[in-house]
Design a protein around this ligand. Structure first.
Ligand code: TXA
Ligand code: MG
Length: 473
């Protein structure tokens, strides 16, 4: 006998079916998406057990979310009482008649009773399994959030790449230092750009770093230290290099010098060279982390290969947050472009990459800089196209054309995309990458950029803009 329509319990039962069929359809779409798209890499490094637990939980969810409504549908189709399935009928809508599972209607009464009871048991079982999996999911997220101090939780939350700032406390610094010792990756703020950091002496950690960035080949990395004393433990500083370090460290200058202790900075971090790039960042959080860790830490910019460098924690997290076990939110970077790289080897001091310290300041200490020659090939910052947003760039533009985002400079206009309303090249350097990202998010036809003078940090800004535009620098 069919229950009377309007009976509250029956109405609830119909809603239950509507929800169930919706779950079935959405889960099938999600499964199709999952099969067509590879999932993001694991937060590195996960133990074998953690990976297994994560796999089982995720595939378990697919099984439950599809099995639960399927078994319910089988109950509804085979039930000897047979209440027809009408979707959406309780909400003043016309209602959609949902078919029974084919052939089930042809079963004998006894077969129907058996199928109904079996499917109902399975349906209940799936309900319990869903509860257990949900619990495991939440426990896993809490473990990563509270015990590993990693940002894994943010990636699990529905608002995707949003983040909760990880305050720079003594405890967070200690956790980050421990993560480095364990061979894991860490998001490290510096005054130039956010870095993706790893223990420079640990080849496995450095390999994981290249993998997370998706670097097409192994380019040498910068080893970060607290200062000159720490750097001299593993690298040879001649008189000129010492002068430069004393003048500009901690700060946005990287000095390439001969390596002395090859184990302190592994081959992979140096790309097999007998030289090493060293820098002492001035950001207090970076200094605390380096002090707590006690050895050189290699850290390229935290972007995935070929993308603009991140200058806020939020951008850094969006780029490579999936790969880290700990992170420190040091606020927006004050310099905004990567450090200037000079080589202090045989011959004159050479400029390998213009950056956050102006050429003029360096030349005041060691005299005129020679240009990079062969070293240029080794510099990813010297690849023709690098630091690139998706939209095409038009440089030295007098005004934007239709459909273009406009990155102004010195026009007094205080728009969100203005590099510097008052024409200050330091401010333009600081805002460059975040303005490129903000412009790109508008999905414009192109991005037009006002002319920037070549003086001071203007050299680095123009260098990054030319590379982003795809011109040979
Ligand atoms: O501001 C910065 O320098 C940032 C922050 C995070 O500190 N780091 C950074 O690192 O930009 P990365 O790995 O993206 O850039 C390293 C640069 C490249 O241009 C590389 O070719 C050069 O330094 N480099 C490293 N070791 C070198 C070596 N032994 N000889 C010549 N160039 C070297
Ligand atoms: Mg970079």
């Amino acid at each position: 006998m069919q229950p009377a329509v309007g009976d509250a319990k029956y109405a609830l039962f119909r809603d239950h079916k509507t929800v169930g069929i919706a779950i079935l359809l959405l889960s099938l779409v999600r499964l199709g998406w999952r099969i067509a798209h590879a999932p993001p890499p694991y937060a590195s490094p996960l133990s074998f057990l953690e990976k297994a637990a994560s796999r089982i939980t995720h595939w378990g969810f697919y099984a439950v979310l599809i099995g639960m409504p399927l078994s319910g549908w089988l109950v509804a189709s085979a039930s000897p009482l047979h209440a027809p399935t009408v979707l959406l009928a309780n909400w003043g809508l016309p209602g959609i008649s949902w078919p029974d599972i084919p052939l089930v209607g042809k079963f004998t009464f006894a077969q129907k009773v058996a199928v109904t009871s079996g499917a109902a048991t399975a349906h209940d079982g799936f309900g319990w399994a869903a509860g257990v999996l949900l619990g495991l999911h939440v426990i896993g997220a809490l473990k990563h959030q509270l015990f590993n101090l990693g940002p894994v939780m943010h990636r699990m939350l529905p608002f995707g790449s949003s983040y909760v700032p990880v305050k720079v406390s003594d405890e967070a610094v200690a956790q980050a230092a421990q993560a480095l010792k364990d061979g894991a990756l860490v998001l490290m703020p510096t005054e130039t750009v956010y870095g993706l950091a790893a223990d420079a002496s640990n080849p496995a950690a450095v390999a994981a770093l290249y993998e997370a960035k998706g670097r097409p080949r192994f380019n040498p990395l910068i080893s970060h230290v607290t200062g000159l004393e720490a750097a001299r433990k593993f690298a040879d500083f001649d008189e000129r290099a010492v002068k430069l370090a004393e003048a500009f460290w901690p700060g946005p200058l990287t000095i390439v010098v001969p390596i002395r202790d090859e184990a302190a900075v592994c081959d992979l971090a140096r790309a097999g060279l007998d030289t090493v790039a060293v820098r002492a960042p001035s950001h207090p959080a970076a200094q605390s982390l380096l002090k707590a860790f006690g050895g050189p830490v290699c850290a390229p910019s935290a972007n995935r290969s070929g993308r603009p460098s991140p200058t806020t924690f939020e951008d850094a997290f969006e780029e490579t947050g999936f790969a880290v076990q700990a992170s420190l939110d040091g606020g927006p970077c004050t310099v905004g472009v990567e450090s200037t790289v000079v080589a202090v080897l045989d011959g004159p001091v050479r400029l390998l990459r213009p950056g956050g310290l102006a050429r003029e300041a360096i030349e005041a200490v060691v005299g005129p800089l020679a240009e990079a020659d062969d070293d240029a090939k080794r510099s990813p910052g010297r690849l023709v196209r690098h630091y690139a947003p998706d939209a095409p760039l038009r440089l030295n533009a007098a005004a934007p054309e239709e459909g273009e985002a406009w990155l102004g400079f010195g026009d007094g206009f205080h728009g969100p995309l203005s590099l510097s309303p008052n024409g200050d090249v330091n401010e333009a350097a600081q805002r460059l990458f975040s303005c490129l990202r903000a412009a790109d998010r508008l999905k414009p036809r192109g991005i037009a950029v006002a002319p920037i003078p070549e003086t001071g940090l203007g050299e680095a800004v123009n260098d990054r803009l030319r590379r982003a535009a795809g011109f040979v620098g």
